[in-house]
Ligand binder design. Structure first.
Ligand code: HEM
Length: 469
């Protein structure tokens, strides 16, 4: 136990991953910090992480850290464990796999194209300092189309605006709330009850989700129409739950309407900020690495993906370097710097005694930057590492989506969205550091995810002739 130190966590001093990295330098791979009223053990080496993530009977997601979240969406994956988790994950895990998301390829491309046209086509040498917000806007459009089959850009202005605001408010409030994990439960409950904006947004969202669920259930009852595929992810969830019920010969749906609603809401919250944060890091990092942009453009050009060419799912599969850029982005940018587990019974990790209820914070960002696990300098942004030297990092050294049985269920969708976004953006635009004219120094803003603080870039539309200049 001599490796353990108790340290008072002083929040507000920079980003979370920076603080955890500093503490690792000082105290090593295993140390304890005081977070709120509880003690949390921070883990930063593969041996301990393997032990924790492979023993699903002893280590679960933490009840303490997810407590507030439970108040908002009580039956969503993040709030449940055990048999309930198994029942939900039967429906939810396959939901974001490639076969389910592939049909949305063209719609995601369309959202990126609209973004490019709207923000960058006027070629006025403007310096863009609001790309974090703009990336959130794009992701909201993508979520609405994939999840709800609703086009926020061309839907009726009344519906579109109401739904957009409801999305925004639910996501903002859920994030805000989850951040206040140390708050006494009764205060959290009270705050939630008097948050009228959130309650209103939730009602609007509920209305849309329940309409889709009803419509889908009706469609399924009409035998003639069951041959057509569900048009949105919510509709797919309803179909999957119904098919599962039929297979099991049960009279009750596997997931009730309110459970489906909680899952839809969780997916929105979990999938929105993470992916939009990744996209804003992409803009920042590309502005600092023109050489990487040139290489992406060379690869696109090699595959005939000129600025005016259409892009297909097969093209996407062929883009090896783009894949490396995406992996490196998820390694280098501190989007989600850690994951949390709690011991559900006593245990021993090597010579460390673990008591039931102990909380472990697995510092994934520390792993991403640990020179023991990476052959090429991990402090540098070098996508080529994934072509060769660091193609296969040791297990548990690279975990942008967490690991074990509670790993991110949306990772395939996130990778799909990001790869389309990177390829399509690089097909059409070049991103440039604004230099001395504005502050493009990066830095961090820590919320649930950590996004770049100062982004100031110019964006140029590519013509078919200036691809690799
Ligand atoms: C770049 C994008 C994303 C990143 C970096 C990311 C990262 C993560 C991480 C680190 C976790 C915790 C895993 C663990 O504890 O081991 C997680 C959980 C989760 N993510 Fe993601 N995520 C992303 C996108 C998405 C998307 C697009 C969705 C859904 C549409 C999603 C849905 C979820 C859900 C539902 C969980 C909770 C799983 C559970 O409790 O079992 N995520 N994500």
């Amino acid at each position: 136990m001599s490796l353990f130190y108790s340290i008072i966590w002083t929040a507000g001093r920079g980003a979370f991953h920076e603080a955890i990295a500093r503490l690792k330098l000082k105290y090593g791979d295993l140390f304890a910090i005081q977070l709120g009223r509880g003690r949390v053990t921070v883990v930063s080496c593969t041996d301990y992480i393997r032990h924790i993530l492979t023993d699903r009977n002893t280590y679960e997601i933490s009840e303490t850290t997810n407590r507030n979240f439970k108040l908002i969406f009580p039956t969503a994956l993040l709030a449940i464990r055990g048999d309930d988790f198994k029942r939900h994950s039967r429906i939810m895990l396959p939901m974001y796999r490639k076969n389910k998301t592939l049909p949305f390829f063209d719609k995601i491309v369309l959202c990126i194209d609209r973004f490019v046209e709207k923000e960058f086509s006027c070629q006025d040498r403007r310096i863009h300092t609001d790309l974090v917000v703009k990336c959130q806007h794009v992701l909201l459009n993508i979520i609405a189309i994939i999840g709800f089959d609703y086009d926020l850009e061309i839907g009726s202005p009344m519906d579109g605006d109401a739904l957009r605001r409801a999305f925004n408010d639910v996501i903002k409030c859920a994030n805000h709330f989850a951040l206040m994990a140390g708050m006494p439960l009764w205060i959290a409950r009270m705050r939630l009850a008097i948050d009228f904006k959130f309650q209103r947004a939730l009602r609007i969202l509920q209305h849309y989700v329940i309409c889709i669920i009803d419509k889908e259930q009706k469609r399924q009852r009409d035998e003639q129409q069951t041959l057509t595929k569900p048009k949105s992810l919510i509709a797919s969830m309803v179909t999957a739950a119904e098919n599962d019920r039929l297979e099991m010969g049960s009279s009750k749906a596997l997931l009730s309407t309110s459970e489906l609603f909680d899952e839809v809401s969780l997916s929105m919250v979990a999938g929105f900020e993470t992916t939009s944060t990744a996209l804003s890091w992409f803009f920042f990092l590309m502005s600092k690495h023109l050489d990487v942009q040139v290489k992406i453009k060379e690869e696109l050009h090699y595959h005939g993906l000129t600025p005016s060419a259409t892009i297909t799912p097969d093209d996407l599969d062929a883009l090896v370097y783009v894949e490396c850029v995406m992996k490196e982005l998820l390694r280098y940018a501190p989007i989600a710097a850690a994951i949390v587990r709690q011991a559900t019974r006593d245990d021993i990790i090597n010579d460390i005694i673990v008591r039931k209820g102990d909380i472990f914070l697995i510092a994934t960002q520390n792993m991403h930057r640990d020179p023991r696990y990476w052959k090429i300098d991990p402090t540098k942004f070098i996508p080529e590492r994934f072509l060769d030297e660091d193609k296969h990092p040791p297990p548990y050294a690279y975990m942008p989506f967490g690991g074990g049985h509670r790993a991110c269920i949306g990772q395939d969708l996130a990778l799909f969205e990001l790869k389309i976004a990177i390829a399509r953006l690089m097909q059409r635009i070049t991103i440039e550091d604004a230099g001395n004219e504005a502050n493009n120094s990066g830095g961090f803003i820590q919320r649930i995810t950590c996004f770049p603080k100062h982004v100031a870039v110019r964006v140029y539309m590519d013509s078919n002739t200036n691809l690799t200049t």
